[in-house]
Design a protein around this ligand. Structure first.
Ligand code: FAD
Length: 269
């Protein structure tokens, strides 16, 4: 049986380990944190959304990103600290924006997101994973006529990909989400977009519950509080050099899958 190491126990690592275990590999999951899913997969927007998988490489977003750098309560903040990897990523982002790849990459992302969403649902169902899944769609609401019109216009191409991009009137928004009835800002709402097949859930719960299944049902080996320092090739095998507190250890594997999120760049060297 082939031995595979999965570095990282976030959503990418746990689901990758699951797929490998189902295919009969002997899997070891390694994470530097004391518990699974304590980095980006600890808390996020909770959206299981394929319809909202629009990529960000548009000139409008670049301009917003620059403006937000000077706004203390910006919804998204770019930290200009010098880091080669960050600036390389930025150049790639700007290049894709200049080439006008937004529509093409959005359609590709939607396709991938639809498959990912189905995989998520299937794992949860097959393994009885509870993660506060709510299959009630996702509603965007607008208080700017201009922004609403811009997003409405996307319907013509998003619908071709089988995305439901249903535009709602203010009244329909209120009907769909009764919480708006008592909201003082309700009068400002000019309309909404509802994507029915989307869902929401708690990613951290999903990861921790799936991790338990991986260990108890599929006999995965879970090494927490263990950081992979580097990967080398020795006699046809991949050797991971790991650190747990002050102890350094080596272990060899037939294959390694890196699902280390932002930690990936350190392991690429
Ligand atoms: C504010 C915010 C909101 C978001 N909202 C949504 C949303 O609504 N819907 C959605 O689909 N996505 C959302 N995302 C994106 C989503 O959360 C991430 O894409 C996803 O969690 C990334 O998972 P991951 O497994 O790749 O990385 P991570 O969850 O970061 O996991 C990487 C793991 O690798 C470990 N690691 C790193 N280096 C090493 C090493 N050398 N040795 C051992 N272990 C290591 C880390 O400890 C960590 O546990 C959001 C992201 C943010 C920041």
């Amino acid at each position: 049986m082939k031995k595979v190491a999965v570095i990282g126990a976030g959503i990418a690592g746990t689901t990758t380990a699951y797929a490998l275990l189902k295919k009969g590999y002997k899997v070891t999951i390694i994470d530097s944190r004391r518990y699974p899913a304590m980095a980006t997969s600890y808390a996020n927007g909770g959206q299981l959304s394929a319809s909202n998988a629009e990529t960000w490489n548009t000139p409008k977003n670049v301009m917003n990103g620059i403006k937000w750098m000077f706004k203390p309560d910006a919804p998204l903040l770019f930290n200009p600290s010098p880091e080669i990897q960050k600036y390389k990523w930025m150049m790639g982002f700007l290049w894709a924006t200049l080439k006008g790849e937004h529509k093409k990459s959005t359609l590709e992302t939607i396709d991938m997101a639809k498959k990912a969403r189905e995989t998520y649902f299937k794992i949860a169902e097959d393994e009885g994973i509870e993660f506060e899944l709510l299959k009630k769609g996702i509603l965007r609401f607008y208080d700017s006529e201009k922004e609403f019109k811009l997003d409405q216009a996307k319907k013509s191409w998003l619908d071709q990909e089988g995305m439901e991009w249903n535009t709602l009137t203010t009244e329909e928004v209120k009907e769909l989400e009764p919480a708006f009835k008592n909201n003082a800002n309700y009068e400002k709402i000019v309309g909404g977009i509802y994507t029915k097949s989307d869902a929401s859930g708690d990613i951290h719960k999903f990861c921790t519950n799936l991790e338990r299944v991986l260990v108890e049902k599929y006999s995965a080996n879970l090494r927490l509080n263990t950081t992979v320092e580097y990967i080398s090739r020795q006699k046809g095998e991949l050797v991971l050099t790991m650190r747990k507190e002050n102890e350094i250890m080596n272990d060899s594997f037939d294959n390694v899958v890196i699902c280390a999120g932002v930690g990936y760049t350190k392991l690429r060297k």
